[in-house]
Design a protein around this ligand. Structure first.
Ligand SMILES: Cc1cc2nc3c(=O)[nH]c(=O)nc-3n(C[C@H](O)[C@H](O)[C@H](O)COP(=O)(O)OP(=O)(O)OC[C@H]3O[C@@H](n4cnc5c(N)ncnc54)[C@H](O)[C@@H]3O)c2cc1C
Length: 573
């Protein structure tokens, strides 16, 4: 059976939900999520959402825009950063009016706190710009927007994994999805598809990301011939729980937490004298690894300490309760009295599906692909440049999710229906059959583990040409092994073995795209740090990369950065 909706949204994280609520009641819109919708990774966001409300101290959208551009190491498209920082204020009040229970100041205004890279007066000192609900800001935003979607009667397909995007004659015709509960494969016809599938931290061994963050949406766009933008920029968050990667929000440092090496020294004073522990994530992650490499990790091992002991029990309970319980549960430590062992964890992808300021996916010539849209972490609006600032992602989701929804609505007035091919599901059903019938192949788990290790060690915080070349060779070997994958579980109900195997097939080409882009960029900028090219080189590299794959060959091209207000300057904090 073929289902039909005007607009389909892949992903029910905050980006997908915000777009869907814009369309609801005006056109027939449906949302897909491969996990139960409210389990989308947006619900794990802890620290907050940035907006220059100026509730705690003077602030302005220009300062926010400047911080976003500087934080992105000047690769940020400045017209997009301007939209973000101006619209932030409206967007946060909109969330408040929908019912998001933000923390409050004593006078009843939305409370705000410090966050990495957010400053006043163009970099003079940290500013309180992050609006928050304790350390579960994403959770409350998700629940509020999900409730809004249910209230508006949006059709939701829960636990449907989208396996194929159907693009015919250069325009979107629909998609193919696998229903986890039954094992059935369904075709969906549509005039507009928004990809809002989130991040893909699962490509790396140590990550803060949810299990489902495997980059399916990017893979579908890449397979359909869309070149992916700025893929080399992978953010490592400085404070993941050692060995596990589970996130300890930057809010911990925003509230006054301090990083210390084995000598107990507050080492960030040496790397970022003005804003110290609140420097952007790329700088802090490199600083931690530098301390470790120079023998100042705790006990000479690969971690340092996050010290929250001076914050006091009351503040920890009121403002950092979730992370305090993570420390108790995962480490058996008490943050009130104990130092927390942390190490950088793969956290956020600056790169993704290129989209313009209306959320329309663009082709190599920068023209919109009819009927195809992207929003949220899977998209690359060139907003976060080479490094995203904390609290700017939740903001990106609601600002640009809404804009994508508005544009879809507008375009739907013109977009025609395209016939789905008669055998739209065939590629998906053939793949499932092949995986289930192969009795002699290899299981996905071992290949996935090798991929995650290779990405972590050869394409992580520090990179070199030889490491990246080794990674490329490794990925080729893993791809050869993946040609002979098998799944042990052949059932039809909740076959997660099958889904995870298909996800691996998505992850491999994305890993190759990241490594190839990283190898090509022979400079260091933001989160992309080449030890063999340790300087930023604006003359040659102030440009976005685009990676594409045709007939098995990967190629890289470039497009210019939009600079409006702030000329690139060296990035000191
Ligand atoms: C632990 C953690 C804490 C964070 N804290 C903050 C913070 O405090 N502030 C901030 O600004 N940012 C934060 N971030 C970043 C931010 O939360 C994410 O970038 C953002 O939530 C991504 O939202 P999204 O809507 O793009 O995707 P997600 O919320 O990840 O949702 C993706 C959706 O796509 C669906 N999907 C994926 N593939 C398929 C498929 N094949 N078929 C069907 N559905 C599919 C999933 O089921 C899901 O519904 C944090 C991130 C993490 C991991």
């Amino acid at each position: 059976m073929v289902f039909k909706h005007d607009a389909l949204i892949i992903g029910s994280g905050l980006a997908g939900l915000r777009a869907a609520t814009e369309l609801a009641g005006k056109v027939d819109v449906a949302l897909f999520s491969k996990v139960y919708p409210t389990r989308s990774h947006s619900g794990a966001a802890q620290g907050g959402i940035a907006a220059a409300l100026g509730n705690e101290e003077p602030d302005s959208w220009e300062w926010h825009m400047f911080d976003t551009v500087k934080g992105g190491d000047y690769l940020t498209d400045q017209n997009i950063a301007e939209i973000l920082s101006k619209d932030a204020i409206r967007a946060v009040y909109e969330l408040e009016h929908l019912g998001v229970p933000f923390n409050r100041t004593p006078e009843g205004k939305i409370a705000q706190r410090n966050f990495g890279g957010h400053t006043r007066d163009f970099g003079k000192a940290p500013v309180k710009r992050a609006c928050y609900a304790a350390d579960r800001s994403g959770r409350v935003m998700m629940d509020t927007l999900y409730f809004e979607a249910v209230k508006k009667g949006i059709k939701i397909y829960p636990e449907f994994s989208v396996m194929d995007l159907i693009v015919k004659d250069g325009r979107v015709a629909g998609l193919v999805a696998y229903e986890l509960a039954t094992g059935e494969v369904h075709a969906f016809r549509s005039r507009a598809v928004l990809i809002a599938t989130g991040g893909y931290g699962k490509l790396f061994k140590v990550t803060s990301n949810a299990h489902a963050n495997t980059g399916d949406g990017l893979y579908l766009a890449y397979k359909a011939g869309i070149a992916l933008e700025d893929m080399e920029f992978v953010q490592f968050h400085p404070t993941g729980i050692q060995g596990l990667g589970v996130l300890i929000s930057e809010a911990a440092r925003g509230e006054g937490g301090i990083l210390r090496n084995r000598e107990g020294e507050r080492f960030m004073e040496r790397y970022a004298p003005t804003i110290k522990d609140l420097a952007p994530r790329d700088m802090v992650s490199r600083a931690i690894y530098t301390e470790i490499r120079e023998g100042r990790g705790i006990n000479g091992e690969d971690y340092v300490h996050l010290d929250l002991t001076h914050l006091g029990e009351k503040k920890l309970a009121e403002k950092l309760s979730d992370i305090s319980s993570f420390v108790r549960i995962y480490l058996g430590l008490n943050p009130v009295t104990d130092l927390i062992p942390i190490q950088p964890t793969c956290h956020y992808m600056m790169g993704g599906i290129p989209a313009n300021l209306h959320g329309q996916v663009t082709d190599a010539g920068n023209n919109p692909v009819p009927g195809l849209y992207a929003a949220g972490e899977c998209s690359c609006l060139s907003l976060h440049g080479a490094n995203r600032l904390g609290c700017n992602s939740l903001l990106d989701l609601v600002v640009f999710g809404r804009r994508a929804g508005m544009q879809m609505l507008d375009d739907l007035g013109r977009l025609p229906w395209t016939e789905l091919p008669a055998d739209a599901e065939k590629e998906t059903t053939d793949l499932i059959k092949r995986l289930k019938e192969n009795r002699n192949g290899e299981r996905a788990a071992g290949i996935r583990r090798s991929l995650q290790e290779l990405m972590m060690f050869d394409c992580g915080v520090f990179r070199t040409a030889s490491g990246l070349e080794k990674a490329l060779r490794g990925i080729k070997d893993l791809e050869a092994r993946a040609a002979n994958l098998r799944v042990d579980s052949t059932g039809t109900r909740y076959n997660t073995d099958l889904i995870e195997t298909v996800e691996l097939l998505h992850m491999l080409p994305l890993a190759e795209a990241i490594v190839a882009s990283a190898l090509s960029r022979t400079e260091s900028r933001g989160a992309h740090w080449r030890e063999d090219y340790p300087e930023r080189n604006d003359e040659t590299w102030l440009k976005h990369s685009l990676v594409s794959k045709e007939n098995g060959r990967v190629s890289i091209s470039f497009k210019p950065v939009t600079i409006t207000r702030f000329e690139p300057k060296p990035r000191a904090y």
